[in-house]
Write a protein that binds this ligand. Sequence first.
Ligand SMILES: Cc1cc2nc3c(=O)[nH]c(=O)nc-3n(C[C@H](O)[C@H](O)[C@H](O)COP(=O)(O)OP(=O)(O)OC[C@H]3O[C@@H](n4cnc5c(N)ncnc54)[C@H](O)[C@@H]3O)c2cc1C
Length: 448
Amino acid sequence: MNRQADVIVVGAGVAGLKAAQELAAAGRSVIVLEANERVGGRLKRVEVAGYVGDVGGQWVGAGHDVLLGEAKRFGISTYAQYESGQTILQLLGKLVRFTGAVPKMPILSLIELALLQRRWNRDMKTVPADAPWRAPRAKDWDGETLESWIVRNVRAKPAREFARIVSCGAWAAEARQVSYLWFLDALRSAGGLDYLMSVKNGALDAKFKGGMQQIPQRMADELGDCVVLAAPVEKIVQDSNGVRAITAKGEFAARFAIVAAAPGTASRVQYEPHLPAARDGLQQRMPMGAVIKMIVAYNAPFWRAAGLSGQVATDDDTLGIVMDDARDGGPAVLLCFAEGQHAIEMSALGKETRKQKVIASLVRFFGPEAAHPIGYEDNDWLTEPYTHGYVGHMPPGTMTRFGHALREPCGRIHWAGTETATEWAGYIEGGLRSGIRAAREVALRHNE
Ligand SMILES: Cc1cc2nc3c(=O)[nH]c(=O)nc-3n(C[C@H](O)[C@H](O)[C@H](O)COP(=O)(O)OP(=O)(O)OC[C@H]3O[C@@H](n4cnc5c(N)ncnc54)[C@H](O)[C@@H]3O)c2cc1C
């Protein structure tokens, strides 16, 4: 095991692995220190009743070119997300089925939702990608939550509830937890509301045969033994000559460090000297969303036979989103997500109780056949200290005061991770692009 290199990368998620790959290609020596006993971070493989998939990130969105390029290089192909048939929407206790993109709702709610979408699209275009805190209305928008904005601007109850689902479904954070400015920036970075909620040509366009987690695994295999697992970095010490990372596996030294973890998890590392106030403040104020992903396997996709797409959006007491993942020759799977408050409540339950609650919800949506799965697995991301949920978010007052510290290097420490991306933040694609950016920043300092 090498204990000295040009650059230490903290974290073997896609961001850290991409940064290491770029630096290695530019002739720099790298050590990647990963806390867990596996690579991939928020990407994690699962096997249930013969189904091989993911309990972490799984979809590749249209236009996610770096991710698609990586998969192509490894010979990993995609398959389209199934979306034929009716979608189920359950809001405020009322369950409806509808076809196409327009949900079945009272006309007043539909009008309000159309206006809201127009307003969000207009507002998000005024938020600069590289400096959201400089948006013309940044201070006003960062002074309130998405929830207070919804309550002030949307009157119909179903429309309000639908608007709340957007934040929970996309970032696993409730509308009352996020600043309206952060929300607009996240929406802009995620391609806008249409893209976010779309299957074909949208965020849910396709999945990889054999699962997403192959990508970080193959990247790590290429990097070889410079990737050190089970080495949580406890402390980073820097001076004018270089950095030292103190881990459970001893000490490592380099000229620069790239911390490729979400700001909230990066806050668990000690820094010597102490980080500048803005960066420290940011790390204290960027909590992760809360999510549990469940895989429920059946012998056959009985919902398809009943004319249903398998897609559900709900505000029931258990789940937020359900999606189909039935493939030829394998078990038919429903991918289920508990987000925000539901995830926090379900995290306190044992796995068996969680399973019963999830199945009860699926029976409500798809009928009695849903009561007999052949396999169940879930991943409670809230219990994973080094990765945690979907993505870090910002409560009010954070973006305008601390946002500028997201990418600003602190001496010899540079920052990567999907939260730092200016485009596709929150997605795997954002993570990969942030790794490229951080590697370039460090490469430019070759004389220091
Ligand atoms: C349930 C779920 C579903 C998702 N679905 C999708 C999807 O379908 N499509 C999509 O594009 N995105 C999805 N995402 C988001 C996507 O997974 C992330 O955006 C992406 O994986 C983030 O990569 P990253 O490298 O920035 O961070 P991470 O994956 O969090 O990597 C950070 C790494 O740093 C390590 N680490 C942290 N602290 C330390 C330390 N002190 N010392 C050493 N190592 C440390 C962690 O263990 C981790 O491996 C989903 C996420 C979740 C949780």
